[in-house]
Design a protein around this ligand. Sequence first.
Ligand code: PAF
Length: 288
Amino acid sequence: MTTVHTIAAVRDALREPRRQGRVIGLVPTMGALHDGHLALVRQARAECDEVVVSLFVNPTQFNDASDLDRYPRTEERDAQLASEAGANLLFAPPAHEIYPPGFSTSVQIAGPLTESLEGANRGPAHFHGVTTVVTKLFNIVQPDVAYFGRKDAQQGLVIRKLVRDLDLPVRIVLCPTVREPDGLAMSSRNVHLSDGDRRRALGLRRALDAAEATVAGGARSADAISRAARAALAECSIEPEYLAIVDPQTLASVAAVDRDVLVAVAADVGGTRLIDNTLIAANNGRTG
Ligand code: PAF
């Protein structure tokens, strides 16, 4: 695997593979790679000829400066892991390569998809930062396929809309959330959890389990599901930023599980912001 730090070097490295018609897969990341990222890289390896991993802690999507400052940065280890998982090229640009002096363009999707849930809690600039950097990464790498995790369910919807609205020639693949053996969704931020908070953090998964169990038990009202999920959070002393039961495509609130629903939760656990979600099928089954 080759590591490059400039846009020109990415373009050089991909010129010949592209000329040969090789399929290029991109896994955009902010580094601090864990098994969730590596599952994306492995899937890209299985489906593409060239696998590019980008590693860029994107400042424009952080609403909280201290979250940005303490975001883990482990480039050497990331390079090793990405290579072992099958990446050919690691693109790890410095901030000024992506946002040179004078940079003033922003790619923004308006409306409920970016303004609800994460957008409402982190502020609208969060998704503007994501869509701006992802558009740039797509322009730089020009992948045929790009891979994202379903843990960031709303981000997946936003990126699919970005690609649709701007006719970007890239197929978006959303991959299942990878979990620790006890159910905690893998996240680069988990390293910040103290032992006690690590135990409390399981409350998110338990809330989703409670939501699923409530539907499996025959309840259909969003209120009943929400009560059960909130009770599971409360048992772990977690007050959610949001616990939402929404349409999985539009993110509009639903009153009842008369169709597939997404149950999404975000919470600050001891100063570390965590998110998780589950898709519940109207016919009782959990779909992802
Ligand atoms: O999901 C992430 O890690 C980031 O939001 C992404 C897609 C790499 C953009 O910075």
